[in-house]
Each structure stands twice: as C-alpha cells, then as structure tokens.
Design a protein around this ligand. Structure first.
Ligand SMILES: Nc1ncnc2c1ncn2[C@@H]1O[C@H](COP(=O)(O)OP(=O)(O)OP(=O)(O)O)[C@@H](O)[C@H]1O
Ligand SMILES: [Mg+2]
Length: 339
C-alpha cells in the first residue's frame, strides 16, 4: 500500500546570529544551515496494517508524514501511496488519504462541524447515500452528535480531535495518517479514539500510520513499529520482537522479614554467578527487596528458589521491563544491540 524508498529531506535555512548586531549580520550573510531531517529512510507498509512511527522530539516523524502525504517534496528518494506519487498526483492522492495532525485542526474554525462536513462532502464528491452511511458510522464510533452543530472554535480539545478524525475519514480513505492523535486527551477520550481507530481498521481494512509519544497508543493499536532517530530508521519490526530483544530485564520484588539482612545476602555466591549479574535494592518501608537482572543471565525461578531456601518470603511480584522504559532507553542511547 505504501512504499517509501530511500527518502531524505534536507531543510536549508539562513544561519541565525545572536543579538542585534547578529540579526543585522544575518540579513547580509549568505551562510546557510543544512539540516538533514530525514536521512535515507525506506519501508513498505501493507494494506490493513497499523504501524506506529515513533522517535524522540525532532527525530523526523512529522517530516516523513508530510512527505508521504505530499505536503513536502523529498530532497531525494520517492514515496508511492496506493500506486500514486503523492507529490505529483495531488488530487488523486487526496482521495486516497485521510490526515489528522493532533497539534492543529484542519477544520474551518468558525463553522459548525456539520457545515465543515457538508463542504468536505462536496470536495470529495461523496454521494448522498455514502455520506449518510458514513455519518452514521462515524457518529457511532466518535459520538459526533454531542457537538455536531457547535462552531469548531468552541470545541474542547477532545471533541476537536474526534471532529478532526471524523473529517479525515469522511471519504473513507484507504490510508489514514495520524500525527499525535491522542495528544493532550484525557484517558477516557484517548480510549474512545483508540477504539474508533481499531474499529475503522477492522471494518474497512484501513491502513494506519500513527506517530505518538504515548506508548499506550502503540501497545493498544500497533503490531509493528518503526523507530526513527536523528532522521534515520533504527528499528522496523514487531512490538513483541522489540520487547523480546530489549525487554530482557526482570525485577522480582519479595516481601521478607529482615530487609537489611536480605539486601546483604550473597546471592551471586549461592547461585554461582558473578556479582554484577544482578542488583538488589532494599525497600525498608514495605519490608521488601527487589532483585533485578537480565533474564538471559539468570532465571526468575532460579532467583526466587534460591532466596526462598535461605529466608522466609511472604509475597512475590515479578515485573518485566515496560515498553515505555525500553523506548526511553532507545531514545537516550540508540539501539545498543543490533536487532
Ligand atoms: N520547515 C522546516 N525548516 C527547517 N527545519 C525544519 C522544518 N521542519 C522541520 N525541521 C527540522 O527537522 C527536524 C525534524 O522535525 P520533525 O517535525 O519531523 O520532528 P518530529 O519527529 O515530528 O518531532 P516531534 O516529536 O517534536 O513532533 C527538526 O530538527 C526540525 O527542527
Ligand atoms: Mg511531529
């Protein structure tokens, strides 16, 4: 459905200098700053996939989305969406895609949502029948009725996001681009939006590309993720695989009688493993200790068994590394291990 082939985007802007004299200097200077926002990225997305596109602030996500939607022209490489080059066949491309930029609305600010929808109906040349069916569906998944006649500028953020999503989907596009669709939303609205995206994807086999800083979006919706870092694609694979490769830390919390004594136990010696294979933290308040380790080096059962042989354990809790932590680690240090 989507083919992105060796796409790069370089922004060139005038160099800025500090202070007033700097501003003057800037006026006459011809020095330019080059910024490689997207650097030789390639990926393919199949019909019906929901792909999470993630990366830290400024990584190049929005720039990639803008090239895929035809808003920006790539400096190098090319995109094909449903067989169409979005930069060359803009009109045809528009029928194919729906776009939501969470940071700003694309609706007419002063018009009620109902009128925006009527205009979109004309723009996309949607038949009366298709329109009625579509509105009924969107209304069901997004509850647009609550504010259908309110001017867009009076909508709350959550309502506006639902309105924007509805508008992007009115012409039933096979491809949906969502750039931070859940930004600033409360948990309930977030959940509604996620459910709506899921349902649209299931019912119409809509291909969805989603950028987000909310790991919950990814866990709820995406089977595949792409991670971009400083303009380069550093991961393309399943969520399960990412967790398997990078989420190998385990943390076992055990409630014990004497935290001090437990924290000082020679676990490495008992298990015949080096001291640096694990880490013990004591939590006096909850009279518990937490042992963290890499599951490739030690096994959960081995650790628990060994501790229980030496002391009384009242309660046990086992935690895997959360996706949020894995992602944070990758944003901070890149992909340490080769995937
Ligand atoms: N029109 C532009 N002119 C110059 N530089 C730009 C322009 N648009 C984006 N950039 C730069 O390109 C880089 C990538 O920006 P982009 O908006 O794609 O990041 P992002 O991954 O969407 O970040 P965020 O998570 O903050 O939305 C940034 O360093 C940004 O400053
Ligand atoms: Mg962005």
């Amino acid at each position: 459905m989507i083919k992105v082939e060796h796409v790069s985007k370089e922004f060139v802007s005038a160099k800025k200098y500090q202070g007033l004299s700097g501003a003057l200097k800037g006026l006459f200077s011809r020095e330019k700053v080059h910024k490689m926002a997207v650097d030789d990225i390639s990926f393919h997305i199949k019909k019906g996939e929901i792909v999470g596109y993630i990366g830290s602030n400024g990584a190049g996500k929005s720039t990639t989305i803008k090239m895929m939607t035809g808003i920006l022209t790539p400096t190098k490489g090319k995109c094909l969406v449903n067989g169409i080059d979005p930069n060359k066949q803009r009109k045809k491309n528009a029928q194919n895609i729906g776009v939501v930029f969470g940071q700003r609305t694309q609706l007419w600010w002063d018009l009620p949502l109902s009128e925006s929808f009527t205009i979109l109906k004309e723009i996309y040349d949607i038949s009366d029948e298709a329109y009625r069916e579509r509105i009924a569906f969107l209304n069901r998944v997004l509850s647009l009725d609550d504010f259908f006649t309110t001017p867009v500028r009076n909508l709350s953020l959550g309502q506006r996001m639902r309105a924007d999503l509805g508008a992007a989907l009115l012409h039933n596009p096979p491809v949906l681009y969502l750039d931070e669709p859940t930004i600033g939303l409360d948990l309930v609205v977030k959940d509604n939006i996620r459910e709506a995206i899921k349902e649209i994807n299931e019912k119409y086999d809509t291909t969805v590309i989603l950028t987000t800083h909310d790991i919950g979006d990814i866990e709820e919706l995406c089977s595949r993720i792409l991670i971009i870092d400083k303009g380069q694609l550093i991961y393309d694979g399943s969520l399960a695989e990412l967790k398997e490769t990078y989420g190998t830390r385990r943390r076992v919390t055990m409630e014990v009688k004497d935290t001090k004594e437990a924290a000082a136990m020679p676990l490495g010696q008992w298990l015949g493993k080096p001291e640096d294979a694990y880490d013990i933290e004591a939590d006096e308040e909850n009279s518990s200790i937490a042992v963290s380790f890499d599951k490739n080096q030690l096994q959960v059962s081995e650790v628990i068994g060994c501790v229980m042989q030496h002391m009384e354990v009242r309660d046990i809790q086992i935690k895997e590394t959360e996706l949020a932590e894995i992602v944070k680690e990758i944003y901070n240090h890149g992909m340490a291990k080769e995937a």
